[in-house]
Design a protein around this ligand. Structure first.
Ligand code: 13P
Ligand code: SF4
Length: 354
């Protein structure tokens, strides 16, 4: 649960309400901050030139002893200002290793929640509390409880792309990087795998485990088709194809490598000669492709689909980061009992596959 504003679709068209920066940029009472008030408050930051925003962010992060973490799918401008960039789990673990008192999490809400679950003593804030992961919303704790009643003997493995409440109902978590190892570690037990059906089927194929998948999916990766792979390979003949395991099985079947976001970055870093020789088509969200190209501008890296955009990841921008730091919002708060149970699921995973 994220405290902050109550969503209202009555966005203000009347920006004449905006007063001076100091009058309107800092709104300290967030108990009922409407979207309209959020937008009005933000408009001051949006008017600042980029260098002024950057300077302000840099001053605030020192003054407030804050660290800025950015997921691999964030806009490059956000990645460039971050102290750390990484995958969802890597960033949460990074949060445990920093001595900063405020963690500004530039990503979607389940990632910021994981950071809070692992770091209860730190304030974790997300610059826009509408930035959620639609896949994580495809399962509720109640729905999972009902499924557990149907299969009382099954172990529940939950992908980190899930809410704290669903993690709390699970036996163990996994990420796209370690899902196969986590399931292998469970032996021959029947498994309820939530919420991503594509990751579940991939893990089932790799392990032979008896898996009952929850029918969730990522709308970005699930939209990839084997036709996209055909088209890309026609355009870049001989290129290798790397896919994220959230893609459907017919796409994964065509991949030379299936790995997580950080796995893709590491693979490219270690195989630059092969990339130069063959070229590589990347089947994931465009932010990751842009990150690799920013680091290796000459590399023969091509997106499988250049409009594979996670809209909620892109809700975070520099004005919102500056606003969030100034106002120390939107703070992630999790009921302690839920946090503790969710922590156990995450900790079991970290203990098996750090
Ligand atoms: P990673 O855990 O690999 O960062 O992936 C998260 C995600 O949301 C993929 O769509
Ligand atoms: Fe969720 Fe998909 Fe966006 Fe990842 S890319 S945060 S799984 S919607």
């Amino acid at each position: 649960m994220i405290h902050g504003y109550e969503f209202t679709d009555k966005l203000s068209n009347n920006m004449s309400e905006v007063k001076t920066f100091e009058e309107t940029s800092v709104l300290r009472d967030y108990s009922v901050l409407s979207r309209k008030d959020f937008e009005i408050s933000l408009s001051c930051y949006r008017r600042l030139p980029e260098n002024a925003l950057t300077e302000r962010i840099n001053r605030l992060r020192i003054e407030k002893n804050a660290v800025i973490l950015a997921h691999n799918y964030q806009e490059l401008k956000v990645q460039n200002i971050a102290d750390y960039i990484g995958d969802s789990l890597g960033l949460s673990i990074e949060a445990t290793e920093t001595d900063a008192s405020i963690v500004v999490f530039c990503g979607v809400d389940f990632m910021a929640e994981s950071a809070k679950i692992l770091n209860p003593d730190k304030r974790v804030i997300i610059p826009d509390n509408r930035a959620d992961c639609p896949m994580a919303r495809m399962i509720s704790a109640e729905g999972l409880r009902k499924m557990k009643q149907l299969y009382p003997e099954a172990v529940v493995v939950t992908y980190v792309n899930s809410t704290a409440e669903v993690k709390a109902e699970s036996d163990i978590c996994c990420t796209s990087a370690n899902a196969v190892e986590v399931v292998k570690s469970l032996g021959n037990k029947k498994i309820i795998f939530t919420p991503d059906k594509n990751l579940a089927l991939y893990v089932e194929k790799m392990t032979g485990a008896d898996i009952i998948p929850w029918e969730g999916f990522c709308y970005v990766h699930n939209s990839f088709t084997s036709m996209d792979v055909n088209v890309a390979l026609e355009e870049y003949p001989g290129a290798l194809f790397i896919a994220h395991p959230e893609a459907p099985m017919d796409v994964l079947d065509r991949a030379d490598l299936i790995t997580s976001t950080s796995g893709m970055i590491k693979w490219v870093d270690r195989n630059l000669d092969l990339v130069a020789e063959r070229g590589v088509i990347i089947g994931t969200e465009i932010g990751l492709v842009n990150q690799i190209l920013a680091k290796h501008p000459e590399a023969r890296i091509y997106p499988l689909f250049d409009r594979a955009i996670c809209r909620t990841q892109k809700m975070i921008d520099l004005p919102k980061i500056c606003w969030a730091l100034e106002n120390e919002q939107f703070e992630i708060e999790i009921v302690e009992e839920t946090r503790l149970r969710a922590y156990n699921s995450l900790k079991r995973m970290i203990d098996i596959v750090p």
